[in-house]
Write a protein that binds this ligand. Structure first.
Ligand code: MG
Length: 377
């Protein structure tokens, strides 16, 4: 099934049953009864199967390591997730080690700031592990309040932007054509660059489609003159913005490029958490927020607010994830200019029903409390 058909299938929104899952006893906290009045966290490794292999320079990747998390409290279950693409430096082991130290029984579910301080005190990094706890907590507290988070934040779901869907260079023109065909129905296509074939890739797309594009150079342009040439060339080809054009260390060169580029520049690899937003302000026009970088929704919300206050654009991205983390991110979508929330579409073993893409637009489940997901039975 290609991505388009897969989307249509998922878009049917068939009723799904919620069934409790029982995780193996690898969780940290001593298992207590669900109605103990205390939060109990458990977790389980869950390998994500990619629908198409990721082509890297010297290898292929067909899976992404992931850890699924749940927090039980008074008969309710909050779901969370940590996804660990290898380049982020976290693993099933590092996430499991972190989570095995987390004891939430000492906190009220709404003690959000103190819980985050506590998570920071366990280890300075482990952002994906922290995100998994944060997402499960938001799911739980939303369920206690009986409201989805976009409503708790007072956001209008109709303001959620279109999401992009990613294509990348394929040596086989047939494969390339198939990948382009699968983007039909999306209003924005994200083009991965910086690995050669940059202009050829856009030209192949333009042979069949005028769809708006955004470009992710993934730090691939290390010469500022070349980067400016590309920005100017792309600005004449219905391109909305360029993500991480230059290596993250080249801040001065990026600021130079920003002064001259006709397209907005968006920080991705440069930026992880809240303090990075201010540092990005002089050299980038906007930021790409991802829950696995920001330690979850609590800090992601603050990052979006700060970026807005600094007059910056905001983009919302994701890793390869199940619909759990992607739907959690979608709760923030009405706050942002651009969304790149296609991570759940890239895997074949999603275990949640959640976000839908309707006519290209991010569509948040309207009446589901918490982060808006239901466990697929
Ligand atoms: Mg990127």
């Amino acid at each position: 099934m290609n991505r388009r058909n897969f989307l249509r299938t998922m878009g049917l929104g068939a009723a799904v049953a919620v069934s409790p899952i029982s995780f193996s006893a690898c969780g940290s906290a001593t298992k207590q009864t669900a109605r103990s009045g205390k939060m109990n966290l458990s977790f389980e490794p869950y390998e994500l199967q990619l629908r198409h292999a990721f082509n890297l320079a010297k290898s292929q990747r067909t899976t992404t390591p992931d850890v699924q998390v749940q927090i039980e409290y008074d008969g309710l279950v909050g779901y969370g997730e940590a996804s660990m693409p290898p380049y982020l430096g976290e693993s099933v082991d590092s996430v499991s080690q972190f989570l095995s130290k987390v004891d939430l029984t000492q906190f009220d579910p709404f003690d959000t700031e103190n819980i985050h301080e506590y998570l920071e005190s366990i280890a300075p990094d482990n952002r994906a592990a922290k995100a998994s706890v944060d997402i499960a907590l938001h799911d739980l507290t939303g369920k206690i309040m009986g409201q989805p988070w976009y409503k708790i934040w007072g956001l209008d779901p109709k303001k959620a932007p279109n999401t992009s869907i990613t294509i990348s260079w394929q040596d086989d023109p047939e494969e390339m054509r198939r990948e382009i065909e699968e983007t039909e129905g999306f209003k924005v296509v994200k083009v991965k660059m910086g690995l050669g074939h940059d202009k050829e890739l856009v030209e192949r797309l333009r042979e069949v489609s005028d769809v708006a594009i955004c470009v992710d150079a993934n730090q691939g342009w290390s010469d500022k003159g070349q980067a400016l040439d590309m920005c100017e060339w792309l600005s004449e080809r219905n391109c909305l913005f360029v993500e991480q054009p230059m290596p993250k260390e080249m801040l001065d060169e990026t600021a130079w490029l920003r002064e001259r580029s006709p397209l907005p520049l968006i920080a991705d690899e440069f930026l992880q958490r809240l303090p990075d937003v201010q540092r990005a302000a002089g050299a980038y026009d906007g930021i790409n927020i991802k829950l696995m970088k920001s330690t979850g929704l609590h800090e992601a919300y603050k990052m979006a607010v700060l970026a807005r206050a600094l007059g910056m654009k905001v983009m919302l991205g994701c890793m390869t994830e199940t619909s759990c983390a992607v739907t959690a991110a979608a709760q923030l979508a009405p706050m942002v200019d651009w969304a790149d929330l296609d991570g759940n579409l890239l895997i074949s073993n999603d275990r949640f029903d959640g976000i839908k893409i309707v006519d290209g637009q991010v569509t948040i489940p309207a009446d589901r409390p918490g982060i808006g997901v239901e466990l697929l039975s």
